[in-house]
Write a protein that binds this ligand. Structure first.
Ligand code: UDP
Length: 480
C-alpha cells in the first residue's frame, strides 16, 4: 500500500483497514483472552492494535517471534499491531504487595496515556473505529466516551461471575455482610451459592480491595459501553446468559482458547518464557497417565502446601508435570528435584494449551482461573479443582457441580485429601463418569469454536459492524 506523508497525516492511495484498539490489564489471565480476541477479529480483515502497559507489552513481544513494526503482522485478511501505553505496571507475576499504589498509578496516569495513544493513531492515518476494554481498566471507557469512540468490554471471566457482580451492584439479591455472613446467595439464572462460592472479592473480608473497586467501577459505568463480550458460550452457561441478557447487551465470544492446531502459535502472549521441552517429555509418557499441576500466574502456595504436594507427587506413582513459577521456586522442598528425576518434571512456565491437549495428560490440578477452566474443558481433561480466591471459587463450583468434570480439593491441602482426589479422577470408581463428562464438554466446546459456530458468528457480526461504521465515516473523534 502506497503511503505518503502530508504534514502530520499519512495519506494512503486506498482506504485504511477499519481499526479496532484493544486495551488490556497487564496480567496473564487478561492478556491471553484479549490477544486471542484480537487475532480472531484481525483475521476477518480488521487492523487491530493491541495495547497494555509498556513493560508487560515489551515482555510479550520479546517472548514472541514477532518484531513489533508500525504496520503490525498479517493475521488472516487483517493485521495485528502492538503499541504500548507510556506507563509501566511492574511485575505481572505473583501477588504484589504494592497493589494499592500500583492501581492508583494506573488509574491516574492511565487515562492520559491512553488518550495520547488514541490521538497518535489519527495522526498516523489509522483512526480508531472501535475500542475494546478490559474490566480492570474502567477509565478506558471514559476516555473512549470523551473522544466519541464506541467502546465494548471484554469480560474475561465467566458469565456467572459477570452476572454475580452485576446483581451485587444493582442490589438484585442478598449477599453476605459483616452482620450476616452465613446465607445462601440466590441470584437470577445462577444456581444458589454459599458465601464460599461467590467471587471472594464481594465478601466483606475479601482480598485485594483495589481490584474489587476497579471491577465494581466497571459496573457503575456499564451503560457507557455499547456491548459486553463475554468469554463464554451459550451451551456452557445457558441459564446464566439468558437471565443476564435481559439487562445487558451481552455477546458470548468464547471460548477464547487457542485452537489445537495453532496451540504453538508464535503470538501466544506469554509473560514468562515457557519450557516447550516438556512436550517432548510428555511424548515419552503413557496415555492419560500424567498429572499436570498449575496454579496460574498470580496464586502462590505456602511452603507447607508445596511440601505436601511434593510429598504426594513423589509417592503417588503417577508421572507429573508441575509448573512452579520462578517466584515460587525457592519454596520447593530441598532435594525434591533430584528425588523425582525420571518420575516427573518441574518447569517455570508451560505451553499450557499444548500440554492440556497432549494425549499423556490424565488430569489437571488447577487453581480454576477462568482461562485454565476453559482450556481444560476444551481439551477434555478432568480436574482437581483447588481454588483460592476471586472468581476461582465460583469456577470450581461450576467445574465440579455443574460440568461434573472433576473433584474439589479444599485449601489448605491435606495429604490424605490430595491422595484421594488424585485417585478419584485418575482411576477411582467415579473416574469413568468424570472422563465421560470431560469428553462431552470437549465436543460441545469444539462445536462452539468451529468455523460457523457461535464464536465465529458473533465475531463476524462485530466485524461487520466495525466495517460499516468505518465506511460510513464513523471514525469519530470529538476531541483531538
Ligand atoms: N498458563 C500458561 N502456562 C503455565 C500456566 C498458565 O501458559 O504454566 C496460561 C494458561 O494457559 C492461561 C493463563 O496462563 O491462559 C492463566 O490464566 P487463568 O485465568 O487460568 O489464571 P490467572 O493466571 O489469571 O490466575
Amino acid at each position: 500500500m502506497e503511503t505518503r506523508h502530508n504534514g502530520q497525516f499519512n495519506v494512503r492511495s486506498e482506504p485504511p483497514l477499519p481499526h479496532v484498539l484493544m486495551i488490556t490489564f497487564p496480567n496473564q489471565g487478561h492478556v491471553n483472552p484479549m490477544l486471542r480476541l484480537a487475532k480472531r477479529v484481525a483475521d476477518k480483515g480488521i487492523l487491530v492494535t493491541f495495547t497494555t502497559t509498556s513493560d508487560a507489552g515489551h515482555q510479550i513481544i520479546s517472548l514472541s517471534d514477532v518484531v513489533p513494526e508500525d504496520d503490525g503482522v498479517p493475521v488472516g485478511s487483517g493485521r495485528l499491531r502492538f503499541e504500548f501505553l507510556d506507563i509501566n505496571w511492574g511485575p505481572s507475576i505473583g501477588v504484589n504487595p504494592d497493589l494499592d499504589e500500583r492501581m492508583l498509578h494506573l488509574n491516574t496516569a492511565g487515562p492520559a496515556a491512553f488518550a495520547s495513544l488514541i490521538r497518535n493513531q489519527l495522526r498516523a492515518g489509522r483512526p480508531v473505529t472501535y475500542i475494546v476494554n478490559n474490566p480492570f481498566l474502567p477509565w478506558a471507557v471514559n476516555v473512549a466516551t470523551d473522544l466519541g469512540i464506541p467502546c465494548a468490554v471484554l469480560w474475561v471471566q465467566s458469565c456467572a461471575v459477570f452476572s454475580t457482580y452485576y446483581q451485587y451492584h444493582h442490589c438484585l439479591g442478598e449477599f453476605p455482610s459483616e452482620t450476616n455472613d452465613n446465607i445462601s446467595v440466590c441470584l437470577r439464572g445462577i444456581p444458589s451459592m454459599t458465601p464460599e462460592e461467590i467471587p471472594s472479592f464481594l465478601l466483606p473480608s475479601g482480598p485485594f480491595k483495589p481490584i474489587s473497586k476497579a471491577i465494581l467501577e466497571q459496573f457503575h459505568i456499564i451503560d457507557k459501553v455499547s456491548k459486553v463480550f463475554v468469554n463464554s458460550y451459550t451451551e456452557l452457561e445457558p441459564e446464566v446468559i439468558a437471565a443476564i441478557s435481559k439487562y445487558v447487551h451481552l455477546i458470548p465470544v468464547g471460548p477464547l482458547v487457542e485452537p489445537d492446531n495453532e496451540s504453538r502459535s508464535t503470538l501466544r502472549g506469554d509473560l514468562i518464557k515457557p519450557t516447550d521441552d516438556c512436550l517432548e517429555w510428555l511424548d515419552t509418557q503413557a496415555p492419560k497417565s500424567v498429572i499436570y499441576i498449575s496454579i496460574g500466574s498470580i496464586v502462590s502456595l505456602t511452603k507447607e502446601e508445596m511440601a505436601m504436594m511434593a510429598h504426594e507427587l513423589t509417592t503417588s506413582g503417577w508421572p507429573f508435570l508441575w509448573v512452579v513459577r520462578p517466584d515460587c521456586r525457592e519454596l520447593l522442598p530441598r532435594g525434591f528435584l533430584e528425588e523425582v528425576k525420571g518420575k516427573g518434571m518441574v518447569v517455570g512456565w508451560s505451553p499450557q494449551n499444548s500440554v492440556l491437549n497432549h494425549s499423556s495428560v490424565g488430569c489437571f490440578l488447577t487453581h480454576c482461573g477462568w482461562n485454565s477452566t476453559l482450556e481444560t474443558l476444551t481439551a477434555g481433561v478432568p480436574v482437581i479443582a483447588y481454588p483460592q480466591w476471586g472468581d476461582q471459587v465460583t469456577n470450581a463450583k461450576f467445574l465440579v457441580d455443574i460440568y461434573k468434570v472433576g473433584v474439589k480439593l479444599k485449601a489448605p491441602v491435606e495429604r490424605n485429601a490430595l491422595h484421594a482426589a488424585i485417585e478419584s479422577v485418575m482411576d477411582g470408581p467415579n473416574a469413568k463418569a468424570i472422563k465421560e463428562h470431560a469428553a462431552k464438554w470437549k465436543e460441545a466446546t469444539k462445536m462452539a469454536m468451529a468455523k460457523g459456530g457461535s464464536l465465529d458468528r458473533n465475531i463476524e457480526s462485530f466485524v461487520d459492524e466495525v466495517k460499516k461504521r468505518a465506511t460510513s465515516g464513523g471514525n469519530g473523534y470529538i476531541q483531538v
